[in-house]
Design a protein around this ligand. Sequence first.
Ligand code: ATP
Ligand code: MG
Length: 559
Amino acid sequence: MEQAAPKSGNFIEQIIREDLESGRIKKVVTRFPPEPNGYLHIGHAKSICLNFGLAEKFGGDCNLRFDDTNPTKEEVEYVESIKKDVQWLGFKWNKLCFASDYFDQFYLWAIELIKAGKAYVDHQSPEEIRKTRGTLTEPGTESPWRNRTVEENLELFEKMKNGEFDEGECVLRAKIDMSHPNVNMRDPVMYRILKEPHHNTGDRWCIYPMYDFAHGYEDAIEGVTHSICTLEFQDHRPLYDWFIDNVSVPHRPRQYEFARLNLTYTVMSKRKLLELVTTKCVSGWDDPRMPTISGLRRRGYTPSSIRRFCEEIGVAKTNSMVDIELLHFCIREELNKTANRVMAVLKPLRVVIENYPEGRVEEIEALDNPESEAPTTRKIPFSRVLFIEQEDFMENPPKGYFRLSPGKEVRLKHAYLITCKSVVRDEEGRIVELRCEYDPATRGGDAPDGRKVKGTLHWVSASHAVEAEVRLYDHLFTLKNLDEVEEGKEYRDYLNPDSMVVLSGCKIEPGLSRVETGQRFQFLRHGYFCVDPDSRPGRPVFNRIVSLKDSWAKEQKKD
Ligand code: ATP
Ligand code: MG
């Protein structure tokens, strides 16, 4: 695992500071440019926090720009989800832009390049173009159509635009250098024919610009000063500059690259995430196991925990794999301070307190959150019949087991000490009920004679409890680094069959009968939970966000 970059003053901030001081720019302008072909994931959050964060820090602007130049994969549903996610993370864009709004301008610049003898219409098939590009060691081969006249190119390009050619019949290519050491510079394609309606421009166009041709122009039109993208685009930067340098742009943007985020135990490409959705490996883009922003939101993550995570990982120039435990750590730390503690019994076992009067109900005072600055309390009912966790009882316990077993005494959190007297079994011999006695002198949980009781259990009153469904999550994949799948296997072969465990018939405190989607709690001894939108009145559904176990902090101490 690589070391995270220093937290403050990443290299891009350094560059911006110098540009402002030298007067190269008056104001910083950035953009977050998603292609609306899927939902955003936590990797995008890194880019969002970086781009919007820089604009905030230096008093500049950040645009949300949809890089919607490929109509085959783009949809309005994605546009809407992306807007929602950016806002949810707490950022405000300066302008909402669509690359497709600039199609007319792109077309004019393409004509400018043709007129300057720097672009040509090529009739080679996509396959031929690929084959003649050469390799890293071999130069490419020039197209037989490379040296046609400007007039001919203008006429053919217009015909392309007018729909007089079929898809794949021809493309417009930049005329740069077929033996350039950088393969990206070997006459890259600028426009291709796609006879598909576009979510924004409808049927107006049947030629669509390629990313490398369009992206710098989008930045130029919007006055972007620092166009930040991931490292794979480093080798595309000369091309980015070439397109900018060879037409009359209103402004000259510059491209900078940073390392993309990779997380353990998950995939992070929209193509793969879409595949998980369409093949029903998950319930949707917002499945709480997905690394999407919408999945994390549904799981119970807060915007501030995701922003904190992005700050912790920093911005560096080498790709690395970030431990998903760091993300867990960020939400756990936050919820420790903000989430109320409640009692929830996930796998209930009936307990009857034989010496407790029938029909009696005591209201027991319980602290909502001992970590909050001004702790509040609530009342929870205690009665003769309770539920405790099945795991908190063992008939024949090993040494060192401090929970309940025959003859042993434990503390019921906030309430009394109880001792197990006997067990009740069903016809198959399974223990279905414990018979216990309580010590009336121990209300609040302490014995007046000072006798030591180590185990403290959570509980709920049986007749008052609310029934709930609880969903426990684990990693979506069993492989730590999904870039290292075995030969002959693919990422989907590593799906974790136990990534979701659904428990129904859980018993929770009566105060939780009316909860709202998105509300978060700490279930004592179980972890942090969030109310799922599948909840119905009187029948809440909870997602476990994270357990209480903090393996991240432990790891850090070891180093
Ligand atoms: P994917 O490979 O998941 O489909 P993408 O790069 O094609 O992602 P875009 O919609 O083009 O997705 O991304 C929008 C912005 O988010 C780009 O600037 C891109 O660099 C950035 N981005 C995407 N994935 C990551 C990541 N894992 N870490 C950091 N930034 C990312
Ligand atoms: Mg992309």
